[in-house]
Design a protein around this ligand. Structure first.
Ligand code: ZN
Length: 442
């Protein structure tokens, strides 16, 4: 699997189940919103703003972080999304922006809201081998995220925050952190996401009914249609173009709403993708399970968490043999056709933390991993997680006077830059314990 499907360990409740259970046990309060939508909230009902920090002045500033899941920079600049292109060229754009390893959805959304790398957040990939559970699972539990988020930092200053996340596992990992949350609905089977039309309607309803100071929105259609698009490897990407054109219109509706409410002039809009997308044909699939199992030391003692363009390898044998096992895994993976690079996970540049296992393998552009089964584990053409999917669109626009317009930066903006950028906009002093790994981009 690419790690993007609706997958949970056997017997484990889905994030959606957990949310429903919280509702029925009365731990959350539903805020009735326009159009029959409902947002769940606990902190608002209890009175937003804890006593551990002085509240910010009653600011009129608003921040909207819109994530176009799986969008490539060319799709915005290439004329397929005219409204987004207008916003990008009319704002401050970062032409060399990057997703961070592992170039998957959950870790990069977590990096956006924490501003720290996975060795500090505890969330290095979509899919990991959970040693306690003894199974591969998605990092979709609120307890998986161990770092402070900009959402919670703003909550503590008495500001309202909102999450409108189209994917069940994102709803799961951010849990009840925001003061108002939309639970993705309706969720499509297999993809585990709500269509963008519903997501943007929820975002607009939340602006009108809750008016959060910070809203974090994930739009999943472009990614989902990219994964499923069998015309992707042929370069046609028909479904994806259609999805992008629609989502482009939805975003314009969202911006029009902000302008009609008079909110735009106080706002900062941060638009980016969590990763881009790459396509592979059925004859360009790498499976490491077989070659690893042929090694006498590794046989039956390695677990693989498949993340589409990246495989995470976990040694489950005796710790005394771990160093030898790591060397063997690296050597065997490097010899496979379609593999781009293989690292000891402790390699300084990766900063993935122990949840990512012992060895990390990335595939080449135009390839994908399918583990443990070479045929059934990951049959979908569109994937990400590998360096080919690192370039992302990233731009800042909005009507607030401190923002730049028609500006281009050659700096390498990254997904971890979002939290410090939001913090600086609101004038938050200081940084989380240990400082940010990202940088403010305003
Ligand atoms: Zn994604």
């Amino acid at each position: 699997m690419c790690g993007c499907g609706d997958r949970h360990a056997p017997g484990e409740p889905t994030p959606y189940d957990v949310g429903q259970a919280e509702l029925t046990t009365g731990r959350r309060t539903l805020l009735k919103a326009g159009g029959g939508l409902a947002f769940s909230t606990a902190a608002l009902a209890a009175g937003a703003g804890a006593a551990d920090a002085a509240p910010l002045a009653r600011t009129r500033k608003r921040v909207y972080v819109l994530v176009f899941d799986g969008c490539t920079p060319e799709e915005i600049s290439g004329g397929q999304a005219p409204h987004l292109a207008d916003l990008m060229f009319g704002g401050k754009r970062f032409a060399k922006a990057q997703s961070m390893p592992i170039m998957e959805t959950i870790p990069n959304h977590v990096m956006m809201m924490t501003g720290v790398r996975p060795d500090r957040s505890g969330v290095p990939a979509n899919s990991v081998f959970d040693r306690k559970l003894g199974a591969v699972r998605d990092l979709d539990r609120s307890s998986d995220l161990r770092a402070d988020t900009i959402i919670e930092r703003l909550n503590r200053r008495g500001l309202r925050t909102g999450t409108v996340l189209s994917k069940e596992y994102l709803y799961g990992v951010f849990g009840t952190r925001a003061t108002a949350r939309w639970e993705p609905f309706p969720v499509l089977p297999i993809t585990g996401h709500a269509p963008d039309e519903f997501t943007i309607n929820a975002a607009m309803a939340m602006v009108e009914d809750v008016d959060p100071h910070l809203m974090f929105v994930n739009l999943g259609d472009i990614d989902r249609f990219g994964h499923a698009d069998v015309t992707g490897p042929l370069g046609v990407k028909a479904l994806r173009r259609l999805a992008l054109a629609k989502t482009d219109l939805y975003v314009q509706r969202f911006v029009d709403l902000l302008k009609s409410r008079g909110t735009w002039k106080h706002s900062m809009l941060v638009v980016l993708a969590d990763h881009s997308m790459d396509w592979s044909t059925t004859n360009r699939v790498v499976s490491l399970a077989g070659p690893l199992d042929e090694d006498p030391v590794l046989r039956g003692r390695v677990q693989i968490a498949d993340n589409g363009g990246a495989d995470l390898l976990y040694w489950t044998g005796p710790s005394a043999q771990k160093e030898d096992a790591v060397r063997r895994m690296v050597r065997i993976a490097r010899a496979e056709t379609g593999v781009l690079s293989v690292f000891d996970r402790r390699h300084k540049s990766l900063r993935l933390g122990p949840q990512a296992g012992e060895v990390v393998a990335f595939c080449r552009s135009g390839w994908r991993f399918s583990d443990p089964d070479p045929v059934t584990s990951n049959p979908i053409p569109g994937n990400h997680g590998h360096p080919a999917t690192r370039p992302i669109p990233f731009f800042i626009n909005g009507g607030h006077p401190r923002l730049q317009h028609y500006a281009a930066s050659s700096l390498v903006a990254q997904t971890i830059d979002v939290a410090p950028t939001v913090g600086r906009f609101f004038g938050l002093t200081g940084a989380p314990k240990g400082g940010y790994d990202g940088r403010a981009r305003i």
